[in-house]
Design a protein around this ligand. Structure first.
Ligand code: SAM
Length: 187
């Protein structure tokens, strides 16, 4: 409950960046992750982890030699994620459109999957386009970009990048209920 209250306080102060005042439910986290074959994951990226509502579920499923790289721009959430002190978690305080450069600095050029809770609709168009294009570039072939949204407003933009390889799912047990896009990279 404390983490929900902390999230609420920080989100209210930064609504234009956070995009919601309630962290995702475990039901939404499970729906986001359910089609990832974690036994084959080496590097997984999370964009917009907040205070870790989905991050915790990723870490619980990660095989021992794999790592999770999180991109978070909010200083308070960044510090909270560092406090998790998880040996397989790397937290980068950088905006998601820098994904390529930051992965390269860490010695990686590809990721198996990207899990995103970024509030795409309130991120300026130029930046959100950069985020989607760079995400596509760093995904390995066959990897997925998984994004939740509270509306269907981004479907067309995701289609421009991922073509027709997108499936749509829905999680009613979240506040508010959310759509989940799974976008597969097919070169
Ligand atoms: C809707 S919240 C999701 C938080 C958490 N993942 C959850 O599901 O409860 C969106 C998060 O994205 C972060 N964020 C917004 N724009 C970002 C960007 N350009 N790069 C990285 N993180 C960003 C916000 O600070 C916030 O923590």
């Amino acid at each position: 409950m404390t983490s929900k209250i902390n999230f609420f306080k920080e989100a209210v102060k930064n609504l234009k960046i956070v995009g919601t005042v309630v962290p995702s439910s475990r039901f939404l986290a499970n729906r986001m992750l359910k089609e990832i074959d974690f036994s084959k994951v080496n590097v997984l990226v999370e964009l917009g982890p907040g205070n870790g509502a989905i991050t915790k579920h990723i870490l619980n499923r990660l095989p021992p030699n794999a790592i999770l790289i999180c991109f978070e721009i909010n200083n308070c959430f960044y510090k909270q994620l560092l406090e998790l002190k998880h040996p397989q978690l790397v937290v980068v305080k950088s905006s998601a459109e820098k994904i390529k450069e930051e992965l390269s600095l860490l010695g990686f050029d590809k990721t198996n999957h990207i899990v995103s809770s970024l509030p795409l609709t309130i991120i300026p168009d130029k930046i959100s386009k950069e985020i989607l294009n760079s995400s596509f570039d760093v995904l390995e072939n066959g990897g997925t970009y998984i994004q939740f949204q509270y509306s269907l407003s981004y479907f067309k933009k995701l289609k421009k990048v991922f073509n027709t390889f997108i499936t749509l799912d829905f999680e009613p047990l979240n506040i508010p209920p959310a759509f989940v896009y799974r976008c597969k990279k097919v070169d």
